[in-house]
Write a protein that binds this ligand. Structure first.
Ligand code: ADP
Ligand code: ZN
Length: 740
């Protein structure tokens, strides 16, 4: 539930404005559509206005919507709007965007609106902050400290108490003393602006010819001030950020707001610094680690236009921009853009939609563009800008595959002899090594050697992952955890439990044993200490205070580690094991990203990929550096199979607490499928992850030619299907990324 502030006190009432006495209001809940309300004579409202309306027994927040009103209900039977907030209305673009996403993803408009109204406090007037200013005669007893305070206050301005104490280099007690003496008085003052305006000309870089050519096209696109998508496709370290900063500068110079979407934004502190170095001030952050009070201030600042540059997670798409003129989607291929909760959508795609509806350009940036974006570029729908070289003397690492069939590690170890040698060489050259293993914890499976018992999650069909630092067995799907036992719960044998396979913690054990003098760090999203600790650790890596970094995909993305000259991929085949349609693409992207961390500041560097399948096309593409060959073959395969972007996919997941009921409902659901010649439906089949959080899951997959209106087909189907009763649930996922 969204916390709703009490209405009427803050309602703006304007006398007798003529207009439509009935309006539609959309409320941020999962209700079918908007509701009609009467407009009292003393309130004036227009579409986009944020209002409070009675719903059931409560007053809730809502937005005046453009839907036609319900003519059936007589005006005198309608309940009246309770009040209107003194906030800028949601723009037509934003309202269209909400409608569009709801229709595309088959969710209710209310649930999409809920993502817009995420900062309820923003609708309240900003709370003033306490300040002090000169009021009375100088104090009877004057000290040097008191004199400094009075000198600081000479301009007559009000200061916050702490700001004043700091500026005058005195303790806060000195200021309090002057208040008591009657020399200063307390006043309230408006809080400082939430953000300073970025300066497009603050520090212009000198671009290389290739960068400059791309930046020039981007500037032209921004200056044309209409919808268009550019795909900035450049290898890791080629300077994509520098180049899209020029597009941002152009948009800012035109007085427009800009939005940069970044996956894992909370971890990208260095991006904020780079932005500040280029534009003189940090951009405004928007993600789940921003405090509620700050979120309220940002929301308001975005709505009024004082916030000009936002960098954020996917939810930043739903901020109420006043004049958004550019969206940049960094690492556009990243899976973090796909939300799979309540409203299932891909923020990259929705950024393009928002640009289309708002009539402004969108820049997608990546070293490994998604197949979808690459096909759009090849078809001429997007402008593709290519950066082929690394900046300055930096060279791409030399990548080699290590055939694990020939170079086996010792039992219970995971580093092959060539990788061990390479790490040793890197250490003696006083450079950093990164060992990449995309598996959290100590071991993905624990089993009993005596009876074969395996530890499984009681709520999910998954093995429990041992986390040795925490002394626990943990489920990575539902978070279930239990202490690691010292004997088998099945046969009672002690000392029979063995860890099977490696996680980063186990790899760290091996590294410490092999290189006891190296400074080693494990980076994984579940290590205690959260974002703050991770940020500090990333900094210490950048400063060269670490020799060996062991990490999951957390370290693969975007970071600049200048000392890094060796990347070892411990299990190059891991991603390929999933076997879904995106396994090859994803593995290619992840391995390119992680190997691309090496050698970013010059010097020779290398990457070693341990694999049992060196002949696999993905591994071959990584090793040869022939990405064009990879794209060509992957695109050809998708085309031949009619898979996205050459065809359309939707997944339907039916889940419930009881297996039999869920299965028979899934079968009944399938029988209600409308006739459609070109659309193919597979399933229901038990999902690969058959149980999550105690819910049994069955999947259907809908495949259709590209130009099919798959939404109408699904809507008809949902309408014809028996209603899911009890706690059965039907979840539609358009353009699914996950097939689990
Ligand atoms: P990418 O985003 O393509 O991986 P970056 O934009 O992070 O590449 O650039 C890689 C490194 O090279 C960064 O440290 C960046 O500051 C530097 N760099 C790139 N282009 C320039 C330039 N024109 N002038 C100065 N430094 C640059
Ligand atoms: Zn579980």
């Amino acid at each position: 539930m969204i916390a709703v502030p009490k209405p009427l006190e803050r309602a703006i009432r304007s006398p007798n404005v003529p207009g439509n006495p009935t309006v539609s209001v959309l409320v941020p809940f999962a209700v079918a559509g908007s509701y009609s309300y009467a407009v009292p004579a003393d309130i004036a409202v227009a579409p986009g206005d944020i209002v409070t309306v009675p719903l059931g027994t409560r007053d809730v927040i809502g937005v005046v919507w453009d839907d036609p009103v319900d003519e059936e209900i007589g005006h005198n039977r309608l309940r009246p709007i309770a009040g209107r907030f003194d906030a800028p209305p949601l723009s037509t673009d934003l309202r269209d965007f909400v409608n569009w996403i709801a229709a595309y993803t088959l969710t209710t408009k209310g649930m999409v609106l809920r993502m817009v109204l995420r900062a309820p406090g923003a609708l309240e007037p900003e709370t003033p902050i306490a300040g002090v200013r000169l009021a009375g005669p100088p104090p009877a007893r004057m000290t040097p400290a008191r004199q400094r305070v009075l000198a600081t206050l000479e301009g007559g301005l009000a200061w916050s108490k702490s700001g004043l104490a700091a500026a005058a280099a005195v303790s806060p007690g000195v200021v309090s003393g002057l208040i008591e003496a009657g020399t200063l008085e307390r006043v309230s003052m408006p809080p400082p602006p939430v953000a300073m305006p970025p300066d497009p000309d603050f520090e212009r870089p000198t671009l290389t010819d290739e960068q400059d050519a791309a930046a020039t096209v981007l500037r032209q696109i921004v200056e044309a001030d209409r919808y268009g998508v550019a795909l900035l496709d450049g290898i890791t370290g080629s300077g994509k950020t520098e180049v899209y900063f020029e597009a941002i500068a152009a948009a800012l110079a035109r007085g427009r707001q800009v939005l940069v979407l970044i996956p894992e934004i909370a971890l990208t502190a260095s991006f904020l610094e780079r932005f500040a170095a280029r534009f003189g001030t940090r951009p405004t952050e928007w993600h789940s680690d921003v405090t509620p009070r700050m979120r309220d201030r940002v929301w308001r600042g975005v709505a009024t236009g004082t916030v000009r540059a936002v960098v954020g997670a996917r939810s930043a798409l739903y901020l109420p921009y006043q004049n958004l003129g550019l969206i940049v989607v960094d690492e556009e291929h990243d899976l973090a853009y796909k939300q799979e909760d309540r409203v299932f959508y891909n923020a990259r795609d929705m950024a393009v939609v928002r640009g289309h509806l708002g009539g402004f350009p969108v820049v997608l940036s990546s070293a490994t563009p998604s197949i979808e974006s690459r096909v759009n570029a090849d078809a001429g729908r997007y402008t593709r800008l290519v950066l082929t070289g690394r900046y300055a003397t930096a060279e791409l690492p030399k990548i080699t595959a290590i055939d694990m069939r020939k170079h086996q590690p010792e039992r219970g170890r995971f580093m092959s002899p060539p990788l061990v040698t390479a790490v040793a060489e890197t250490l003696s050259a006083q450079r950093q090594a990164l060992l990449f293993l995309n598996r959290r914890g100590y071991a993905p499976l624990t089993l009993c050697r005596s009876c074969g018992h395996r530890f499984q999650c009681p709520n999910c069909s998954t093995w429990l992952v041992e986390h040795r630092f925490r002394g626990a067995l943990v489920c990575h799907h539902c978070g279930y955890s239990e202490p690691r036992p010292d004997h088998c719960p099945n046969c009672g044998d002690t000392e029979s439990l063995v860890a099977v396979g490696p996680g980063v913690e186990r790899l760290a054990e091996e590294v410490t044993a092999r290189f006891p003098d190296a400074r080693t760090i494990v980076m994984s999203s579940d290590i205690l200490g959260g974002i703050q600790r991770l940020r500090l650790e990333l900094e210490s890596i950048e400063k060269g205070e670490v020799d060996i970094i062991i990490g999951t995909q957390l370290v693969a993305k975007g970071h600049n580690f200048p000392m890094l000259s060796l990347v070892g991929v411990v299990d190059g085949d891991l991603g390929l094991a999933f076997g879904d349609m995106r396994a090859a693409e994803r593995t290619f992207q992840l391995l390119s990203q992680v190997t691309g961390r090496a050698g970013r500041s010059g010097g020779t560097s290398r990457a070693l990929v341990q694999t049992y399948a060196p002949e696999h096309p993905v591994i071959r593409a990584i090793v040869s550096g022939d990405r064009e060959a990879f794209y060509a073959s992957e695109i050809a395969a998708r085309r031949a199979a009619g898979l996205p972007p050459f065809g359309r996919l939707a997944a339907i997941v039916i889940s419930g607490p009881d297996r039999t009921t869920t299965q028979s409902y899934a079968a009944a659901f399938r029988r209600a499928e409308p006739a459609a010649e070109t659309i193919q439906v597979l399933g229901p089949a038990e999902a690969p992850l058959a149980v999550i959080r105690g819910r049994h899951r069955f999947r259907l997959l809908v495949q259709a030619p590209r130009n099919t209106d798959i939404q109408t087909f699904l809507r008809d189907w949902l309408a014809a299907a028996p209603k899911p009763r009890g706690s059965l649930r039907v979840q539609v996922d358009i353009d699914p990324q996950s097939f689990l």
